[in-house]
Design a protein around this ligand. Structure first.
Ligand SMILES: Cc1cc2nc3c(=O)[nH]c(=O)nc-3n(C[C@H](O)[C@H](O)[C@H](O)COP(=O)(O)O)c2cc1C
Length: 211
């Protein structure tokens, strides 16, 4: 009786072990066949997300291949490492897209994608993440108002440094009704990114080494 029970325990163990091995193999097989497709989808999503600040510029390769990390501390807006997507055409630097974080939003940091043409003009700005108030600060989103579009074509000289502010503060940029903290934060962050780019253009586009 005891011997029969031992055989049954062993048989069950072997069956369970076999099933576990088959399941593990199936999971591994599924992972190996879907991983390249997932990576390709992520890549396509990233390229798609970056298009709004690229202003139709055509470029070599993929932007994720030309990614660079600028380690903190740095002079860009935000306290974390900054990702830059470099854009080249025929190996010539065309633009750099910075993911920066305006520290002083009304409800915390505002993550921005700031595109800068190699000549120092803004190709576009988009808000990636924020916690500003619906109906007030959230009008910085391109889907909610045109406010963020006014940066296109601007540079450190146009308007002059002192005019990188909302109109009420003597600047050239439109304000948002009832919400001046949010636009001030975004304008300052774009200006700081332009200043960084002006000072570090060569290292930003350098292909081999991290800054
Ligand atoms: C509930 C609440 C939410 C607010 N959200 C924002 C916001 O998202 N962005 C912003 O700039 N100001 C926001 N404000 C308004 C600011 O407190 C401030 O009054 C406004 O930015 C105008 O600044 P000013 O007094 O310098 O014109 C909010 C105020 C309240 C009471």
């Amino acid at each position: 009786m005891q011997a029969e029970q031992n055989v049954s325990v062993w048989t069950s163990g072997l069956i369970l072990g076999g099933l576990a091995a088959v399941c593990t193999a199936l999971v591994a097989l599924t992972h190996s066949t879907t991983a390249p497709r997932i990576a390709a989808n992520q890549q396509a999503f990233l390229e798609q997300s970056l298009q709004p600040v690229l202003a139709g510029i055509s470029y070599d390769g993929t932007l994720s291949e030309s990614t660079k990390t600028i380690p903190a501390p740095h002079d860009l807006p935000g306290n974390d490492d900054v990702t830059v997507y470099r854009v080249y055409a025929d190996d010539t630097p065309i633009a750099a897209l910075f993911v920066v974080s305006a520290r002083d939003g009304f409800s915390g940091p505002i993550e921005l994608l700031v595109g800068i043409h190699a000549d120092g003009t803004v190709t576009g700005v988009r808000v990636l993440k924020h916690r500003e108030t619906p109906g007030l600060g959230d009008l910085i989103e391109a889907s909610k108002s045109d406010w963020i579009l006014q940066f296109v074509g601007k540079s450190l000289g146009e308007p002059p440094a002192a005019a990188w502010a909302i109109k009420r503060d003597g600047g050239e940029f439109d304000q948002l009704t009832g919400a001046s903290i949010t636009p001030r934060a975004v304008i300052n962050a774009v200006k700081e990114t332009l200043l960084y780019f002006a000072d570090n253009r060569a290292t930003v586009f350098e292909r081999t080494e991290e800054i």
